[in-house]
Write a protein that binds this ligand. Structure first.
Ligand SMILES: [Zn+2]
Length: 212
């Protein structure tokens, strides 16, 4: 791979807020050692401050929320003769058995596969960047963009429950109600999104100079 210099090597910092690339010298720093963007005035950072600690904290919190999200029931379905509380997994099985395999696949992907992959990818990115690994740099940068992209779609499962609730409300003889598991699932999604936002992808490229 060609050794293009990093902005940090050239004394350049890009502004998080307005995107302006600034030349920042140490003597530009204000009283508290911070350099402000000349265009929008926000504080410039070569790397997001405490990016590792924040991302780990949010990721671990998300993982902890993911446990009750799976153990607690997310949805109650009731009809004239029975009441059923479903967790994510039992809901997937029930959808499959009751003849909606397409919906079962969507729910399984959105609520089991995607969160698990996100935990795994973020942990790999954090550990490999922390150890300044120069392994598969462009691929790791792409992985990060993928995690950010699928972040928007992770609420799909909550929407499925909301949709089913609304649909079944029209049928007077049966009932679908969201249960507390959905709240924990929503928290998992929000926390993993915050985790990927607090990770600074520029940290990936700091590993480029090691073992070259
Ligand atoms: Zn700015």
């Amino acid at each position: 791979m060609s050794a293009l210099p990093r902005a940090a090597d050239l004394g350049l910092i890009s502004c998080h807020v307005c995107g302006l690339v600034c030349r920042a010298a140490a003597d530009d720093a204000g009283r508290d050692g911070e350099v402000a963007c000349p265009r929008c005035g926000s504080v410039l950072h070569r790397r997001k401050p405490a990016s590792y600690a924040r991302t780990w904290a949010l990721l671990i919190a998300a993982f902890l929320m993911y446990i009750p999200a799976n153990v607690l029931p997310i949805m109650r379905t009731a009809s004239l003769n029975d009441i059923d509380d479903n967790t994510i997994l039992s809901g997937v099985v029930e959808l499959w058995v009751k003849g909606s395999p397409d919906l079962a696949v969507i729910v399984f992907t959105a609520s089991i596969v995607v969160p698990m992959l996100k935990f795994l990818v973020m942990a790999v990115l954090l550990i490999s960047s922390r150890f300044r690994s120069n392994w598969a740099l462009p691929q790791r940068a792409k992985l990060f963009r993928l995690v950010e992209l699928i972040g928007y779609w992770s609420m799909l499962d909550v929407f499925v429950v909301a949709l089913l609730t609304a649909l079944v409300r029209f049928n007077l003889l049966s009932l679908v109600e969201p249960l507390p598991g959905v709240i924990f699932f929503g928290l998992t999604v929000v926390l993993t999104m915050l985790a990927s936002m607090s990770f600074d992808p520029r940290l990936i490229w700091d590993g480029r100079d090691t073992n070259d």
